[in-house]
Design a protein around this ligand. Structure first.
Ligand code: ATP
Length: 873
């Protein structure tokens, strides 16, 4: 089988329909491939996986971790040490770099592997038409996207990601987002022309369906797709979390770079020392580095994600866990989140609000032919509900249909009725969208809108139904196009398409015959038939979950395409305090801040609202599942959707829930706050200790004519700190951490580090005094050892006390204990000599313990008085 890229661009055997040409060239047909053919092709072409989506290899991951700013600075310091033949320092630096890179790559690899495995659970599927064997008829079924092969006939609907390069066979109201591929920002109309020009009959892998439906044949899969080479994994702006971590890292990197020259110059000026002070200066700079920062961050987030996975919540991007813990505004859609999305018809009224079956009858005609002619992969629940309740619509024949589109908020069918011997355009949709297209006076429009408002105020979903009659199909077609705002509409059941399906139709013949006598005065607008109302039961968990979220400091805003009165009623029924109801069309920043419900949103309005809230300083989460939620999902700090969401929304989301359930959102929020809380605690403790030590070492280096600690001891204590601090990834969160939105704020963390860093340095200087007075007589090794022990003991104390809770997790308790034991026992062990440590007299231990106890007591007192430790960053 030939499988060129872009097959069918203009290939038409014997000058005929290129759709037949494409199918023939692909050795396929309108009824699809047989399962055996598909299996053979899968072996020949391989899985439909784009190279950019393959996992990152180990060496690449390792190389990437070397690019981290801390690692770069450490390596530079290592090179400096090697140049001055300070092999011990260089060796320890290499060890630190190797340990941090290996731990980090390993952590990221494991995290990626588990998120990839979890992503598999929510991987996209596609509706494919295949036959069990040559004789059997076609069947449509869902298969994983990677099993798709050239020649497969697939169906696409709103929100589907186009899974391979395809050539359209049928299309209805189809518009496609292909910005990532071609740069066109607006959805592009696509048509299944039989003799196409250009590329509007082709869809490429990676684009997505904005509106409409289509049937198409796959022309290329995997690496053979047109944009496979060029397409990178979707680029995302750095999240709030990435920015915070980078901000803190760069502050430290700058300080690290400044320390060695400052230490050298000061030593030269005060003690007349030259390059011999360099190893010490380098060790001090290394001492400032939180080498394990990336490891602790990845581990803390991965652990949170793994715990959530147990509850069926999938975190697709680890930093999203921080972001979900930081949200202070959660925007949700109404349908399916606050309600069950199982609408049931509750009434049919005329324009005056009196019961009238006509509205239901025409709504059913619209629903039936829209579903039948556009053949969506998943039927619209509103259409199904209308058909379930509607009587037989009589002898009506559908000619064309444009499926519902959330931007226009209408669906439109062109039908022919025998009773009136006329072509009728039947439009149903959102009240304002339909009324806008009706020929009526302003007073009539206002009265009808008031009737609809009263119906919506009872909590019902209200659809307006309008028709227009024409004796000619051409006029009716124009009216249909008029009714859908003149966007490019593609007729679904044209002659060629019906032939592709093997059912040339009477209707198609009629459609052709009706072009003779067009009367332009028929295009005057629609006549309002009335309204149908549908009720959608409230979600049983929503009320409790909304109260819990409010208790966690999260303001919920409902962004809905529906009528304001319906949305407001639903919210009130759920006990949500409705401060104000706003209309997306006339929204001011003030109204936005106050509004609980923002109604009549188009997909773009939802994105605009989310962007405005972010610009106002909020961290915004967005929960939705429809294709109309995709734009908002992409601009939110964190996008959340249920597993059942349409492809595009699931792809854009950062967190995927087992079901659309606000309780699961709360679980994700808690997990996010726990992970962030642990990361903040790690940063505060690790960095304030490091800063304290650096200040003390620089001060002591200047005050004493000898080094306060040997470079190898500085590095050894650094290794011990790093190992112990890994336990922060497994720490227990303080209850206070879970109460409010928690965000990594570099400024708060830097303030804390400076405050407690100075305190730490003061304690160190007090230790110097003790050591100078009590131990120095025993010589410099005893001085060095005394300070080494004090550093490890105070580090163990701050690990326990500089946290927002007094409760200690097992890993943290063990790590702090181990640190104290190493500090006390190493100088007594056979290894002591290697590091220049000596055994201290018992009295010295007593003095050191006194300093440590006083420090611990001081920390507790400060916390009690100021609550600073418990304060969030
Ligand atoms: N199949 C349909 N046919 C005609 N009109 C529809 C159909 N589905 C929805 N509508 C109308 O369009 C409006 C907007 O629909 P949209 O899907 O954007 O939002 P929604 O489902 O009402 O709410 P949410 O945004 O909370 O999910 C609906 O309120 C309804 O009036």
């Amino acid at each position: 089988m030939v499988c060129p890229r872009n097959i069918g661009v203009a290939w038409a055997p014997e000058g005929g329909d290129t759709r037949f040409g494409a199918l023939r060239l692909l050795e396929s047909g309108p009824r699809g491939l047989t399962e055996a053919q598909a299996e053979r092709r899968l072996l020949a072409h391989g899985e439909n996986v784009v190279p950019a989506h393959r996992p990152v290899s180990w060496p690449r991951r390792l190389a990437r971790s070397l690019r981290d700013p801390f690692t770069m600075v450490l390596l530079a310091l290592g090179v400096v040490s090697a140049l001055i033949a300070s092999w011990g320092t260089a060796g320890v630096i290499v060890l630190l770099v190797a340990a941090s890179c290996l731990l980090r790559s390993n952590g990221e690899h494991r995290a990626d592997r588990s998120t990839a495995a979890l992503r598999e659970l929510v991987a996209s599927t596609v509706t494919v038409r295949r036959r069990p064997d040559e004789e059997a008829g076609p069947r449509e079924r869902e298969i994983p996207v990677d099993e798709l092969v050239p020649g497969d006939v697939i169906k696409l609907g709103p929100g589907d990601v186009v899974p391979a390069d395809v050539r359209l066979l049928r299309a209805s109201g189809l518009t496609v987002h292909q910005a990532a591929l071609t740069g066109e920002s607006e959805p592009v109309p696509k048509q299944a022309h039989d003799l196409p020009e250009g590329t509007d009959h082709l869809l490429w892998q990676g684009s997505s369906v904005a509106s409409g439906t289509a049937t198409a044949v796959v022309t290329a899969t995997g690496a053979a797709t047109l944009y496979a080479g060029a397409q990178q994994a979707p680029a995302r702006k750095p999240s709030a979390f990435d920015r915070s971590v980078n901000g803190i890292s760069w502050i430290l990197v700058r300080v690290m770079l400044v320390i060695p020259p400052v230490a050298l110059v000061a030593n030269a000026l005060l003690h007349g020392k030259g390059l011999e002070a360099l190893p010490f200066a380098v060790a001090v700079a290394v001492g400032l580095t939180p080498e394990m920062l990336p490891v602790v961050v990845t581990t803390a987030l991965a652990r949170g994600a793994a715990l959530l996975a147990g509850d069926g919540v999938i975190v697709k991007r680890l930093p999203a866990l921080h972001d979900v813990g930081a949200i202070d505004v959660l925007c949700v859609d109404k349908t399916g989140t606050l309600t069950q999305d199982r609408p049931v018809l509750s009434g049919s009224v005329g324009p005056d609000g009196r019961a009238d079956p006509a509205a239901l009858r025409w709504a059913a005609v619209n629903s039936f032919w829209t579903l039948h002619l556009t053949d969506p992969p998943t039927p619209d629940p509103l259409d199904e509900a209308i058909l379930d309740a509607a009587p037989d619509p009589g002898d009506v024949e559908g000619l064309r249909a444009t499926p519902f589109d959330p931007t226009r908020k209408l669906s439109c069918a062109l039908v022919r009725t025998d009773e009136a011997a006329a072509y009728v355009v039947v439009v149903k949709g959102a009240v304002e969208a339909v009324l806008d297209r009706c020929a009526m006076s302003e007073a009539e429009r206002a009265r009808a809108a008031e009737v609809a408002r009263a119906l919506a105020g009872a909590g019902a979903r209200v659809l307006a139904v309008a028709t227009a009659e024409s004796t000619t199909v051409r006029t009716a077609e124009r009216m249909a196009e008029h009714a859908v705002s003149g966007t490019a509409e593609e007729a679904v059941s044209s002659t060629a398409e019906r032939m592709l399906e093997g059912r040339a139709g009477r209707a198609a013949g009629r459609a052709g015959e009706g072009t003779r006598d067009h009367r332009p005065d028929e295009e005057r607008g629609l006549r309002l038939v009335g309204f149908v109302t549908l009720v959608d039961a409230l979600s049983p968990e929503a009320a409790d979950a909304l109260a819990v979220l409010a208790g966690r400091g999260i303001a919920v805003k409902v962004l809905t395409g529906d009528h304001p009165a319906t949305a407001a009623r639903v919210c009130r029924d759920l006990g949500l305090k409705v401060e104000a109801v706003a209309d997306a069309a006339s929204l001011t920043p003030r109204a936005l801040e106050r509004a609980t419900v923002i109604a009549r949103c188009t997909p773009e309005d939802k994105a605009r609202v989310v962007t405005a809230l972010r610009e106002a300083g909020h961290t915004v989460g967005f929960l939705g599942d429809g294709s109309n939620d995709r734009p908002a999902m992409r601009v939110a700090d964190v996008g959340i959707c249920p597993r059942s969401a349409v492809d595009v929304t699931r792809e854009a989301a950062d967190i995927v829930l087992a079901a659309k359930d606000l309780t699961a959102v709360d679980q994700a929020v808690l997990a996010g706050r726990r992970s962030t809380g642990n990361i903040i605690t790690y940063l505060r403790i690790a960095l304030s200790s490091n800063v304290g030590n650096v200040i003390a070492m620089l001060a002591a280096g200047l005050a004493f004519p000898f080094l306060p600690m040997l470079p190898i001891q500085v590095l050894l204590q650094n290794v011990c700190f790093d190992a112990a601090q890994l336990s922060f990834a497994f720490d227990r969160a303080a209850p206070a951490t879970l109460r409010r939105p928690l965000r990594l704020r570099p400024n708060g963390i830097v303030r804390f580090i400076v405050g407690f860093g100075v305190l730490n340095a003061l304690v160190d200087l007090a230790t110097f005094a003790v050591l100078t007075w009590g131990v120095r007589a025993a010589g410099r090794p005893a001085f060095h050892t005394g300070w080494f022990i004090e550093n490890l003991l105070t580090q163990a104390v701050v690990m326990l006390l500089l946290r927002p809770t007094i409760q200690v997790s097992r890993p943290l308790g063990l790590a702090a204990g181990a640190l104290a034991v190493v500090g006390l026992l190493l100088p007594l062990s056979p290894l002591a000599g290697v590091f220049g440590l000596v055994a201290l007299p018992a009295a010295s231990h007593a003095w050191l313990l006194l300093v440590v106890v006083l420090y611990g007591g001081g920390l507790l007192a400060i916390n009690r008085r100021t609550g600073w430790i418990a304060e969030r960053s």
